[in-house]
Design a binder for this molecule. Sequence first.
Ligand code: C2E
Ligand code: MG
Ligand code: MG
Length: 643
Amino acid sequence: MLLSDLISDSGYFDSATIPQDFISIHNNRPLEMAIEIMNDHKVDRIVLLDGADKRIGLLTKDDISRYSSTLSEKEKLEIFSGDSPLCRTIEAKFRDAKATYNMLGIAFCEIITVGNEQIIRWLNAEAMLTFGVNIDDPISKMLTQERWEHLMNIFNTQGGVEHERIEVRGRIYEVTLLEVELLGRRILKLFLHDVSELVRLGDELRQSLERTIEHIAHYDVLTDLPNRLLLQARLEHAIAYHKRQVQKVAVLYLNLDHFKDINESYGYMAGDSILVQASQRLASVLEREDTLSRVGSDEFVIVLEGLENVTKSEEIAKKIQALFEDIFTIQETSFKLSVSIGIALYPEDAESSELLLKNADIALRRAKDNGRNNYCFFSSEMSIQLFERVLLERELRHAVDESEFLVYYQPQVNLNTGELSGAEALVRWNHPVMGIVSPDVFIPLCESTNLIIPLGEKVLKDACSQVKLWKEKGLFKGRISVNVSGKQFERPDVIAVIKSIIDETQLEPCCLELEITESVLMGNPKVFGEKLIELKALGIEVAIDDFGTGYSSLSYLKQFPIDKLKIDQSFVGGLPHNEQDTAIVKAVIAMSKALGFRTIAEGIEKDEQGEFLKNFGCEQGQGYLYSHPLSAEKFEEFLKGLV
Ligand code: C2E
Ligand code: MG
Ligand code: MG
């Protein structure tokens, strides 16, 4: 019990009449504390203060004793009468108790009852002596923690303690019984603790906990929007209802574009705040019967019900996009966000809640692929494409395990002498049914699934050990070029992996060249530049692949320890007639020379292209004109033909 509860019973006092030097206590403290203070300071009055330290009343010992009234005679009778639950308990515990004690409350028994807040509600004369408590003294009726422990000790240390709950007139008592022998007499000590308040509090706590758990199970903690579970239930309900009404239901699957960047750059607090703001904006476009839910970190789903036609869902999608045109702010920092939306409709696209959600998700992915800040309606060929992608991914994993990959070799020639100057290693997937599959089909998928890591290592190892063999046979001169994907190059251990492959295969590092595309290198020039320096230190050469297709910064190019620029085949294809291509190729060769790099052109198919490149100073060439990429076996024959 708090003092604030008590004072509401005692009434308020005029603070002006309270002497200044009285001891005071805040009214949000327990009654027990006030009693302790009174005892310690030997005073019988204490001033009560409110939250603003205003003196609001006086508490006296009388107030306390009024509050902590003793057990009523009626209660006593019901607790201790012959056939009360308590007596039945005693009889059951102590078989011969009935004979010995006959009637409780007689001299052989020490009885103490303690109410809520550890206030003694009644004790008999015998107990008064043993426990050293005077029932007539209101202060003494309060059991301080010390005295409470003393009391419990009496029961606990002497053994034989039994706990049982009994109910009398709606109040619950916890009974502790102890039988002791003293000077040949058997004495029954009885301790009754009124735990009604505790039980009630426990019940309330349990109920409120159950309500909280129920809420958490169905609502998102951050935004308080329905979660996936509740969404599914509502969607199912909507489908069942609109089936009868012959109306449509639309599911809009939303994802915030580049949300990850906010979390990574500004921290999760900023991310959370954006999510809350976004959920409030989204809620503003919906009507009462619609459902907005949060189903993933930056994913929301909207269910629109009772649509006559699809235009409504499109209107909402447009409205949502317009909502995101306004900037978001967190502590004076502004953020521009956009949203991608996938839409699936009941009954056209699916008839079950699960499939509707899945199809809306597929449409969302398409909206993202189309460049984000987009909405996209689901169509059945999307799911076929996705199915094929999933199949292909599964087969790819299998292929990595089963070593279905082969390395092909395409010669690189010295344009001035026509001699072989090296070769590029190009991976092929030898699919058991489809046959040889081009890397354009599977490399992007390998990159998005990280399968490129083991695959890239395998290609590098195979190429290095194969070239080492050809060199030993005196068949191969020059360098082997191996492609390295961005995913591989960004790994912190990439240099260590390359070094271990060199060590293992014993290929001289100067015979190895790595091709890294321009766009990868420029994606993280600072970090990647440091890696290039490490490669250089190992003696490995580096060529920039597909040069001209990305946006190189000349200042970086100048700083990078690069050996070669590889002119992309899209420019070579236009030689020598396309004016733009010729201009670009000439400029790239000139720039490459100026920066001290060598130049190679890929995709040379015609004599005139080779001639053009040679005339403008490009040193090396690669393309179908000289040879298609060849299997290791065929390439060995090719090499033998050269000697
Ligand atoms: P890339 O590195 O630019 O490789 C050159 C591509 O051009 C090769 O295609 C090659 O077969 C093709 N090519 C060569 N000469 C000609 C020609 O005269 N005309 C035409 N039209 N094309 C020609 P491929 O082998 O299909 O490889 C495609 C791309 O796949 C490669 O482009 C490279 O980016 C990637 N790739 C291939 N193997 C690997 C690998 O082991 N690791 C990684 N990360 N990527 C690889
Ligand atoms: Mg290449
Ligand atoms: Mg290329």
